[in-house]
Design a protein around this ligand. Structure first.
Ligand code: ZN
Length: 276
């Protein structure tokens, strides 16, 4: 059997944008016009003080707490995730400081948005085994680095996940074209990341408009947040099979789609057992 994404789709797209900057407002508008979902990774200890006037030409302009609440709070179809309380280099911190950096960011974001926060992006993409264990101890289930893989494989270890590419990658459109036009017998993921202030810094908002126009609206692509992806893949991995694979049980709270060895498609409802 081969797992498929919801509604028996074989491809998924997810985006991940860091730092909680003003330009996320414009990015979210572009995403919402194309039906693409994203995860926004925030540093709750770095919100700009209310009423901050930034120096002329400064492109990295963090939202205030109120601004963040009004943007991400009213666009709850997108995800909010941890990016470290103070955007510290995770591997430079002492164990105690590292624990505080991630647990306190999670606690503050949950208090602000009234949601359970379960994902993260490592500041500077930096992590090691200890950092991974710290995130696990904080109840975080996935976290992203910054190393482009140019791959469409589903991550094996979600606490060490790496993106397909950054939006400025010269291969972006070629990779997307390969992704949507190539038939695969395995589910495939296109994972894009970046910072929205870079569109202003590099004067290339049109690049993102073009990408979303191209990437949005495909009936065979599942548009999901990072956490939706994690939860669905986790549900697939938890499916129980009899030794002969004739009985399939789904113990999770999500419907799971797969095709059997004859290529026939099935959906197993939450808690359901089916026989093939
Ligand atoms: Zn960052």
């Amino acid at each position: 059997m081969i797992f498929m994404f919801p509604e028996h789709r074989m491809k998924a797209l997810t985006l991940s944008y860091d730092d909680g900057v003003e330009q996320d407002i414009r990015l979210m508008d572009i995403l919402d016009r194309s039906g693409i979902l994203a995860t926004f990774n925030l540093n709750s200890g770095c919100f700009s003080p209310e009423g901050t006037v930034f120096p002329e030409g400064q492109v990295h302009r963090r939202l205030s707490e109120k601004g963040a609440l009004s943007l991400y709070g009213t666009h709850a179809h997108h995800e909010v995730a941890v990016h470290g309380l103070c955007h510290a280099h995770p591997t430079d911190l002492s164990p105690a400081d590292r624990l505080y950096e991630f647990s306190e960011d999670r606690r503050r974001l949950e208090a602000l948005f009234g949601r359970i926060i379960r994902g993260a992006a490592y500041a500077y993409g930096q992590f090691d085994d200890e950092t991974v264990e710290t995130l696990r101890a904080c109840g975080l289930v996935y976290a992203r680095g910054v190393h482009s893989t140019h791959s469409f494989d589903i991550p094996r270890d979600f606490l060490r996940l790496q993106p397909t590419c950054h939006h400025d990658d010269p291969e972006l459109f070629a990779l997307w074209n390969t992704f949507v036009t190539t038939r695969s017998d395995r589910p495939q993921l296109f994972y894009l990341w970046g910072h929205s202030y870079e569109f202003e810094a590099h004067d290339n908002w049109q690049r993102m408009e073009d990408f979303c126009l191209t990437a949005g609206g495909h009936p065979d692509v599942w548009y999901c947040t990072n956490l939706q992806l994690y939860d669905y893949v986790d549900a697939c991995r938890r499916v129980q099979k009899s030794f002969s694979h004739s009985l399939i049980h789904n113990p999770s709270a999500l419907s799971v789609c797969f095709k059997d060895d004859q290529g026939k498609q099935h959906t197993v409802a939450p808690g359901e057992t089916i026989s093939l």
